[in-house]
Write a protein of this length. Structure first.
Length: 312
């Protein structure tokens, strides 16, 4: 690893070659010219031609493309990228993002401004409309609800219970906290890392001076895409990993409230929504997640009973 690098940019991707190319173009425009940096693409066993891409095709001089031989999913792919990174700051970007030109510059400025800012992200906007939809998020450890907040105040920096989608982590944070918990598989991995980092005195913040444009719509937030989509493991993890966060970070009274009043509510609510969309195939995965999550909350034994994941 080359410690002189100021920044490593890690893009995880699967079967979205056009999104990936668009994302990389925005990264090239956003990296300050004076910064020594590298691009690391982790291709999670794509079948759409992404495997044939080279850095030369993308116009990148320094970095690498790592091809997973089997589908490992988000958390493992991010860890693979992070472990191979040589930068002082490590910026993670989901492939369906277009960065504002000054986004990376503003994240780096925030990192220098406060040593306790261990995890730093941009405000998030819809790509199509440009409308801002997240300046920070809050997780209620009694109900398990995650709320995306838009801040209309004069605050520039907002603390956030995890930062999805695009975020930068200082290398020293990984050195003290370890990497992302691969047992979580996907979904809630960023809040879990954030809560762990807080125990070491680091803050997770979003600066409104930086923006990313995410290729989702307002309708996606409560649609099959966000609640499971074509990946059954996401539906499973949406439920099971709520229990993980509550178990690890909630206080005892919050755990009691969640167990008796909200643990069953989430799989039931999502199931009713999928009936509306006629996605009956996803319903069983919510309840797989509920079963394993409940077992973890009671016994601390984190299991994965979802057949599609158990084979990995």
């Amino acid at each position: 690893m080359e410690e002189k690098l100021a920044l490593s940019v890690i893009v995880t991707t699967k079967d979205r070659q056009s999104d990936l190319k668009r994302c990389v173009e925005s990264i090239k425009r956003a990296v300050p010219k004076e910064i020594r940096w590298e691009l690391i693409i982790v291709d999670d066993n794509s079948l759409d031609g992404t495997r044939d891409l080279t850095l030369t095709d993308l116009g990148i001089k320094k970095g690498r493309i790592i091809h997973n031989r089997q589908t490992l999913m988000m958390v493992k792919s991010r860890n693979i990228g992070a472990r191979s990174a040589g930068g002082r700051e490590i910026l993670f970007i989901d492939d369906d993002n277009v960065l504002e030109k000054k986004m990376i510059e503003e994240l780096l400025k925030a990192a220098v401004k406060n040593k306790k800012f261990g995890i730093i992200g941009p405000s998030m906007c819809y790509l199509k409309s440009g409308k801002r939809y997240l300046d920070y998020q809050l997780i209620n450890l009694a109900t398990g609800k995650t709320s995306a907040k838009v801040d209309e105040s004069q605050n520039i920096i907002n603390e956030s219970d995890g930062i999805p989608n695009v975020f930068m982590i200082k290398r020293e944070v990984f050195a003290k906290c370890g990497y992302f918990d691969e047992d979580i598989i996907q979904t809630y991995t960023e809040p879990d890392f954030t809560f762990r980092a807080r125990k070491f005195g680091y803050q997770s913040v979003i600066t409104k001076k930086a923006k990313t444009f995410h290729s989702v719509t307002e309708e996606d937030n409560l649609s099959p895409r966000s609640l499971g989509g074509k990946f059954p493991q996401k539906a499973y993890c949406l439920i099971r990993n709520r229990f993980v966060i509550i178990k690890r970070y909630a206080k005892f009274p919050q755990k009691v409230v969640f167990l008796f009043f909200f643990s069953w509510f989430w799989p039931a609510a999502y199931s009713f929504m999928m009936i509306k969309y006629k996605r009956f195939d996803l319903i069983k995965y919510y309840w797989y997640g509920w079963k394993d999550g409940l077992k973890y909350l009671i016994s601390s034994n984190l299991e994965n009973s979802l057949p599609i994941l158990s084979k990995k």
